[in-house]
Ligand binder design. Sequence first.
Ligand SMILES: C[S@@+](CC[C@H](N)C(=O)[O-])C[C@H]1O[C@@H](n2cnc3c(N)ncnc32)[C@H](O)[C@@H]1O
Length: 378
Amino acid sequence: MVLYPHEMLPDVDHDGRSLQNFAMSFRAHLASKVRPGTRAVYEKRVKPGFVRKFNREPADKGEVGKEMTQDPYYQFWSAMQRKSQEMMWDCVIEVIEPQIERLNDRAKQVRQAGSGVKGSLELSPDLEIPRYHTVADIHLQPGGFHTEVADDDVTAGAIYDNAVAIYANGALGPKNDLLGRTLAHFLKQQYPDREPGTILDMGCGIGNSTVAWAEAFPDAEVHGIDVGAPMLRYAHARAESLGVAAHFKQQNAEETSYPDQSFDLIVSHIVFHETSAKALPRILQECHRLLKPGGMMLHVDIPGAEGAFDAFMMEWETTNNNENFAGMFRETDLAATATRMGFAEGKARMESMPRLLEERQQTYSDRAINWPVLVGEK
Ligand SMILES: C[S@@+](CC[C@H](N)C(=O)[O-])C[C@H]1O[C@@H](n2cnc3c(N)ncnc32)[C@H](O)[C@@H]1O
């Protein structure tokens, strides 16, 4: 997977590229050839065994899990999947580690370029990093999104940019921006009259989706917030290198320092499922506070499960990949939560966002082709 060129990318030599290509092919092989076998094993072996024992089918993911986790085929897939996730981080870190100083210097140069800089970066070293980030490394990224390994560090951002391309098997596109582009396309298709002048991207990470919004609405003032300083330093330098103006701030989406009614549009991409049961309603309340009257929020996140087997397989991310809140998130009624946190009755709802063709061609998902989006209007 070769990313769209920008100044924050590390140099990747032949050995590094071949390690990364192997990790990506290994994951693609597991997704396309091995994981589908778990469904066959369930239908042909595990479910009939359960029915023989209890005279009924498994009722939920817990009952499926009790039996499936004893099955050697499932155990093999699960062990390989976990290994592939660790391998993904390892093969990226192996390339980035010797270049950290250079990458950190490059980001600093961008910040010091003065009038040549279009956007901005504002860090808050005293910001308390939420416990849901410090307690475990989400999806096994060593150190998570916030850990700093040097002064003015961009390492977590550099790791994420390179690893997420492998994680998604390149489906996010060369700028890793597919989700931002798809959501902006969705807004233009479904709500063509909306021309947001101010946009906030919550949990912007490396700004991959933020840049997509700035490109989709070039006249808008675009902001991105995240709790992770290394992600934001990287995001800012990356956006500048791509010639895009965006304003990045280190803020907790649960309680930001922006004044009331600051934004026409608030978006997020795959963020909520990495927060917590306490944080999620607080973030929705904050969205309501930050939106201008008539403003809109759009939050795209992981799809729900269809049936007990599917729910168990999706739970793998929670049990084995430190996506600790993902299981509970899938069972949360987002529209009802948004209504409880301030959106008027009927003004918050779930909508379905079709995947762009390029994504459908590159993933091995056997699931529904639409992304769920929480839409809220103030
Ligand atoms: C999976 S990444 C997604 C990054 C990006 N939105 C994308 O489209 O790839 C989740 C990001 O949300 C950030 N995040 C999680 N909880 C947050 C919070 N309470 N406030 C701000 N950012 C948060 C994390 O630090 C991380 O960078």
